[in-house]
Write a protein that binds this ligand. Structure first.
Ligand SMILES: [Fe+2]
Length: 140
């Protein structure tokens, strides 16, 4: 299967998404710990839930890579996670992350033309990222 060039492109893009999910998980866990001020009351549980969601997305993508006969990356996307306790800066960082995730899954969906099950799984993740972008745009 891995000799199929179109499959290789798909696996490479799924690995990019997996790296982003692993980065997002760490980012949300970090900001849940460090966010300060009155907004911590809302943002800590929100970030914790998003960390869990990123973990679950990573699991789904990892399983997909495995089923395609590919090897999943074990290292997160290397984009640094900005350390801050300022919720406004945090929300901007989070929005950037979610926008990139949505774009990445949108691109991947275009590659999945002959596997309905995989398309459905990835579409669900894509919709979740779009919902996050919409929610964050309301918060900022
Ligand atoms: Fe995600």
């Amino acid at each position: 299967m891995s000799s199929d060039p179109s499959n290789e492109t798909l696996v490479a893009q799924l690995n990019k998404a997996l790296g982003l999910e692993m980065r997002a998980e760490v980012m949300y866990a970090h900001y849940a710990a460090y966010v300060k001020g009155i907004n911590r009351l809302h943002l800590k549980p929100y970030f914790e839930a998003e960390a869990t969601e990123s973990f679950n997305h990573a699991s789904m993508v990892r399983n997909a890579i495995n089923q395609l006969g590919g090897e999943a990356v074990t290292v997160r996307d290397e984009t640094p996670i900005l350390h801050t306790s300022d919720y406004q800066v945090i929300l901007q960082e989070v929005l950037k992350t979610e926008r990139l995730a949505a774009e990445t899954y949108h691109g991947i969906l275009e590659l999945v033309t002959d596997n309905e099950e995989l398309h459905d799984i990835l579409e669900q993740i894509y919709f979740a990222e779009v919902r996050s972008v919409e929610e964050l745009t309301q918060l900022i």
